[in-house]
Design a protein around this ligand. Structure first.
Ligand code: N01
Length: 531
């Protein structure tokens, strides 16, 4: 059994920075475990066609090190998966992290031992570790959600989930492809698969808004600008609601004349990306303000898609804009103008089963050589609940979270001493551009551990009262927005049958959340108890 100060689970953005912080800043003995054969977390697994980040590249990176900012150069406004994976490998090498990352080593069990105040950890390949701190860096969207569609075992073709894509890629040339799911992933994959497949059938359950990415190579001038203004960019990212490189305008959509508003939406549409959402402060809080944006996008869909029936099915959106995570795309709606792309509205004609030859709906059987499940993830809690994590008094995380996750600040779970959850449920995480949210958590945890080590404290543990009061704040923040009004959203766990319907991320905004976390730390880590 290897004895360590800290075990970190996962080698994505979170795990790598946490390792660097504990090892190189605090001088602790720390190790990362990861079941994958390479670093990169989400970007190691999500290799599906068209996989690209929806955050702009100059904001989708670490900012804690000026050297890393200066030495890395992105090629496009929105980086593709291979480029992000190269970046992650660059960081692993540049910070000399690899010697403390155990790949192909999936943690299966972590039990807290109250006699020693330490965690005993076991892996699937039989390794054992003992550590004072257990830090989960497992990602919010890393547990694939494969729907239980009858007949999958009968299907004679190939099938794949986008989040577990084969490393060698999939050649769609000359093939009939069925794509199930029209979230961010399905919307990114559709035009790319359509470009080579013989035929692509997209099965849509929930129509979706999508904003054009307007991706393009970065100009030398922009690259220079981003490096020279890194400090200003970082300041914007960490002092706004969702960690992107721009602020939300402090104007109500309802205080602007319609012609002016439509003109402004048009400008943002042409600019591409999430700035469209940032045009008015009340898009996510007022149904009437939201409808102005929703109506504009529905109009765009009908303008782009030539077949009015297909356009009607695509634009028949029954949730407020951005109340489900809005995708951004590179030619999604345009793909439905191709002769080799068909839309099947499975709200009207549900999928009944897979057959040996393809997908059977209530009205037809569609032959397919390949089925692609772009059906998302058991988000935020799935990857944690797959593990056997047992805290004080034999408390199992699965049991404690049976009615939904309960945390303090999304950073710790009552009854699980010395365990920290990077971007855990109850933190802003998925409502943000992830890297600044991750950096904030890693820095907070590192500061907390430094405090403990400096004072020779054995245990940090949050309380039931702290968990309860934070849950009240999580609910308050969600209910101040339109987000929980969408009943079929993965933010609420609705995409996974049987999962409790609880709004999981903290919707109070990254800047506000950072302030709360800072105040907690400044007040002697209020809400936590030390022994
Ligand atoms: O998953 P999703 P995703 N039968 O859950 C449908 C991040 N991301 O992988 O909406 C038929 O959003 C489901 O239908 P419905 C981003 O945060 C980031 O696309 O549940 N259909 C939906 O259409 C994103 O939000 C980036 O009715 C079924 C789709 O499958 C998150 O990951 C890129 C079904 C799933 O959509 C998840 O996105 C991609 C069933 N049984 C993703 N079950 C970047 O920034 C589900 N569906 C790079």
């Amino acid at each position: 059994m290897e004895k360590l100060d800290a075990i970190i689970i996962g080698s994505g953005f979170s795990g790598m920075y946490q390792l660097y912080s504990l090892r190189d800043k605090l001088g602790l003995k720390a190790k990362v475990l990861d079941g994958a054969s390479g670093v990169g977390g989400t970007w190691f697994w999500n290799r599906y066609p068209g996989a690209r980040c929806d955050s702009e590249s100059h904001t989708y990176m670490y900012y804690f090190s000026k050297d890393l900012v200066d030495e890395w150069e992105w090629s496009e406004r929105y980086p593709q998966q291979p480029e992000i994976l190269r970046y992650m490998n660059f960081v692993a090498d540049r910070l000399k992290l690899r010697s403390d990352i155990e790949l192909n080593t999936r943690m299966s069990q972590a039990h807290f031992d109250a006699a020693t105040n330490r965690w005993n950890i076991k892996t699937e390949n039989g390794k054992e570790y003992n550590a004072k701190y257990l830090i989960t860096a497992v990602g919010c969207l890393s547990s694939a959600n494969l729907p239980k569609i009858e007949g999958l075992a009968d299907f004679k073709g190939e099938w794949y989930h986008t989040g577990q894509w084969p490393h060698e890629g999939v050649d769609f040339t000359g093939k009939r492809v069925a794509l199930i799911g029209t979230g961010s992933t399905g919307i990114q994959a559709t035009p790319v698969i359509a470009a080579t497949a013989k035929h692509l059938t997209v099965f849509q359950r929930t129509p979706n808004y999508s904003l054009p990415a307007c991706n393009a190579p970065l100009t030398p001038e922009f690259k220079k600008y981003a490096k020279q203004h890194a400090a200003d960019i970082y300041k914007i990212m960490t002092t706004n609601t969702n960690g992107h490189g721009f602020y939300i305008e402090d104007v109500s959509a309802l205080d602007v004349a319609e012609t002016e508003r439509v003109k402004a939406y048009e400008e943002k549409w042409k600019m591409g990306g999430f700035q469209f959402r940032a045009l008015y402060r009340d898009i996510l809080t007022s149904a009437a303000a939201n409808e102005t944006a929703a109506e504009f996008i529905r109009g765009k869909i009908k303008e782009i898609v030539k077949d009015p029936k297909v356009a009607e099915d695509l634009a028949d959106i029954d949730h407020p804009f951005a109340a489900k995570r809005p995708p951004i795309d590179s030619g999604y709606f345009e793909a439905f103008n191709r002769d080799n792309v068909t839309l099947v509205n499975i709200r009207k004609t549900p999928i009944e089963r897979l057959t040996t030859k393809g997908v059977k709906t209530s009205t037809q059987e569609i032959d397919a050589d390949v089925v692609v499940f772009a059906t998302g993830f058991d988000a935020m809690t799935g990857s944690l609940l797959k593990l056997d994590i047992t805290g004080r008094d034999n408390r199992k995380l699965k049991d404690y979270w049976h009615a939904g996750p309960r945390t303090y600040l999304g950073l710790q779970v009552p009854g699980f001493p010395n365990m920290f959850t990077i971007t855990g449920p109850g933190s802003p995480s998925v409502l943000c551009n992830m890297p600044p949210a991750i950096e904030q958590h890693v820095e907070w945890i590192t500061n907390c551990i430094q405090y403990m080590e400096g004072k020779h404290l054995a245990v940090i543990e949050t309380t039931e009262e702290s968990g309860d009061s934070w849950q009240t704040e999580v609910d308050r923040a969600a209910n101040a927005t339109l987000l929980p009004t969408v009943k079929h959203s993965w933010y609420l766990g609705a995409n996974v049958p049987g999962k409790p319907r609880v709004f999981m991320p903290y919707a109070g905004g990254l800047a506000h959340y950072r302030k709360i976390c800072d105040e907690v730390a400044q007040n002697g880590f209020k809400g936590f108890e030390f022994t």
